[in-house]
Design a protein around this ligand. Structure first.
Ligand code: DGY
Length: 319
């Protein structure tokens, strides 16, 4: 008998085809966002769940999952939507999908940097609303990226690809992480032992650290005040790393020239203040949204499930 897998969202066709071939897949063709109650109900008799970051597995939800569920194989690199301690205590195997989305997310990060620096939202709006009237030397002047300093907060897989791509813009790379990286991963980037030390070196700050209690609101008013005036902040990791009120205040006051954001607290009901800022370039959490990457994420989640049901250790076990 094939193991039963509850899939919470509509996945790419090729991924669903493999799911149907190898599992008794409970798919979600209408891509309805399931509530916790619906997940618990639909998971009755399932051996595993394949969710996205849009489904929250709190300690309470985990405690109420049917006993048949052995694993949560996430379709995401981030797993802050899963209470890992509760999952461990319950004996659930939890996996994620690292590596396969680093290129797509780094591309999006560069887009956030360029979009924020060159005022892409404003420009697009002017053209679309027929308010573009003229050209002048002072019209829509932004910030140049080439040759500037890029600070990376969290030099993991995505951070390192972002650094590599940014070197194409002759940027000088600075970073902070828990530990200094070995030279072959650092690739000449300059290490700063604490986030506060990194800030003064950032013309651009790219946030790539994982969401955790330690990084909650790490980018707050105090940290932002240490950035040079006119700096640009971009975030393609998780909204919880940023104190929204502090970021909005710095964008309003002009301390920061602009921000490029793909992730937010309380998505999709983001802090209304962001929508009013002309110097914020806002994307709807699409860092990994390329056809290639979404297929690869699905296959990676399935590789993990295959290993679990074959009695092997899944490659991307996080609990
Ligand atoms: C991830 O993989 O963590 C992306 O944010 C999409 O969930």
């Amino acid at each position: 008998m094939k193991p039963v897998v509850l899939v919470t969202r509509k996945l790419p066709d090729a991924v669903e085809a493999r799911l149907r071939r190898d599992y008794e897949a409970r798919l979600n063709p209408t891509d309805t966002l399931y509530s916790a109650e619906q997940i618990i109900e639909r998971a009755q008799g399932a051996d595993a769940i394949l969710p996205c970051h849009t489904e929250k597995f709190t300690a309470e939800v985990i405690a109420r999952l049917p006993k048949s569920v052995r694993a949560i194989a996430n379709f995401s690199v981030g797993y802050d939507h899963v209470d890992v301690a509760a999952a461990k205590a319950r004996g659930l195997v939890v996996t994620n999908t690292p590596d396969v989305l680093s290129d797509a997310t780094a591309e999006l990060t560069l887009m956030l940097m360029l979009g924020a620096a060159r005022r892409a939202s404003e420009g697009e709006r002017l053209v679309r609303t027929r308010q573009w009237k003229d050209w002048s030397p002072s019209f829509m002047v932004g910030t140049q990226m080439t040759g500037k300093r890029l600070g990376i907060l969290g030099m993991g897989r995505v951070g390192r690809v972002t650094a590599r791509r940014a070197r194409g813009f002759e940027m000088e790379i600075h970073y902070n992480d828990l530990h200094r990286l070995p030279a072959e991963l650092e690739e000449g980037a300059i290490f700063h032992p604490a986030p506060e030390d990194l800030m003064p070196h950032c013309d651009f700050l790219a946030i790539h650290c994982v969401a955790s209690p330690e990084t909650h609101k790490l980018v707050n008013a105090k940290l932002i005040s240490r950035l040079p005036k006119g700096a640009i902040v971009v975030n393609a990791s998780r909204g919880s790393v940023v104190d929204d009120d502090a970021l909005i205040a710095a964008l309003k006051s002009g301390h920061l020239a602009a921000a490029g954001l793909d992730v937010y607290n309380d998505e999709p009901d983001i802090k209304p203040g962001y929508r009013e800022l002309t110097n914020a370039f806002l994307m709807p959490h699409i860092g990994s949204a390329t056809r290639e990457t979404r297929d690869a994420m699905g296959f990676r989640a399935l590789d993990n499930l295959d290993a679990i049901f074959a009695g092997r250790q899944p490659k991307d076990r996080v609990a």
